[in-house]
Design a protein around this ligand. Structure first.
Ligand SMILES: [Zn+2]
Length: 351
């Protein structure tokens, strides 16, 4: 097995395993240095981008609060032949379970983004572990597939306990991002969002969301931008060198994905995140400064963005993210640049 899987069938083992993991988490928390004195406490490795030596970038889509916009986005990706990696809020997946099965059919990985989208550092070790195990169970129940063993913390917020919980839940890699379109911002124009998304470079992980009204409009432009400059759009496992078995891939047509959805209005009408009926998008973080490296100077930095903001004080971001701002993309097609000599960490799957 590639990782510890939680199944409905072995709930007794789950309880035992969770109890053991919680013991390790609590012990590690008390001792302050998970993975040292606690012995068995492993930590996930936090990364924010892939190798800077290859012209690869990965589009990632978080949340899933608006299934209609999620479908529009997947249809654009399929029509363009572009893979992407999704990190749904597991509690939002039942809004449109069929959509998530279409994602799997398309061969796109689904990673973990918790059950209810909390600020992980505000939770106890046991609560952090519970978020990850419960979200894994939902993903497996809805898609019939294990998630990609990569965890993206909501708001990019994590602490040492999060790294231990992620490893214990079978997610050896914690992934943030180095570029974002800030599509959850309540401010800025569509053009500013597109410009922000186009600040990536070799190895960039680009954060977008399937929910905001702006995102379906900007995805085609972002794809065209990177392709026209010689970048290859890849999935997260390809970017990070993580083995990933997509299972049986049978890429649905854009028409199948869209179904009877009304077409998008020809131009973006503005507005922020629109959640489906009966679902409230996650609240804004109580604090957090926008990551200036990922923003065009004209975009307001202080916005109540539910995500795409990084609470620096609460979230010790990976060094590469904090010190290596996304730089302008290569201007010549096929050009390969080496920005900082390599990725933060390259993971291999656990045996
Ligand atoms: Zn999120």
């Amino acid at each position: 097995m590639r990782h510890t899987r939680i199944t409905q069938e072995d709930s007794g083992q789950v309880i035992d395993r969770r109890a053991a993991a919680i013991f390790v988490l609590v012990a590690a928390s008390i001792l302050g240095l998970p993975g040292s004195s606690a012995g068995a406490a492993r930590r996930a490795v936090a990364v924010s981008h892939g190798p800077r030596t290859r012209p690869d970038v990965a589009l990632t889509f978080d949340d899933g609060a608006n299934p209609e916009n999620c479908r529009r986005i997947l249809a654009e990706l399929v029509a363009a032949g572009v893979p992407a990696t999704f990190f749904p809020i597991a509690a939002a997946m039942p809004l449109d379970p069929a959509f998530w099965r279409l994602v799997v059919a398309a061969g796109d990985p689904i990673g973990d983004h918790t059950l209810t989208h909390p600020q992980m550092p505000t939770l106890t070790p046991a609560e952090q572990l519970g978020q990850l195990e419960d979200s894994r169970a939902v993903i497996e129940s809805i898609t019939g597939r294990p998630p990609l063993d990569v965890f993206r913390p909501p708001y990019g917020a994590f602490d040492g306990g999060t790294l231990v919980a992620a490893a214990a839940a079978g997610f050896p890699t914690l992934l943030t991002w180095d570029t974002t379109d800030r599509d959850t911002s309540l401010h800025g124009t569509l053009e500013q969002r597109v410009a922000a998304a186009e600040l990536g470079t070799n190895g960039s992980v680009i954060l977008l969301h399937c929910g905001p009204n702006a995102t379906p409009y900007l995805v085609p432009d972002v794809i065209d931008f990177y392709r026209s400059r010689g970048f290859r759009l890849v999935s997260v496992p390809t970017l990070l060198g993580i083995t990933w078995d997509p299972g049986t891939v049978s890429v649905p047509s854009a028409a199948t994905i869209l179904g009877s959805l009304a077409p998008l209005p020809p131009t973006w009408q503005g507005g922020d995140i629109v959640g489906a009926a009966g679902y409230t998008p996650p609240p804004s973080p109580s604090a957090g400064a926008a990551s200036p490296s990922a923003l065009p100077s004209s975009l307001p930095a202080a916005s109540p963005s539910p995500e795409g903001t990084v609470a620096e004080s609460a979230s010790p971001m990976p060094t590469a993210m904090a010190s290596s701002p996304a730089t302008p993309a290569p201007s010549a097609a096929g050009q390969t640049r080496s920005v900082d000599g390599g990725m933060a960490t390259r993971r291999r799957p656990r045996s």
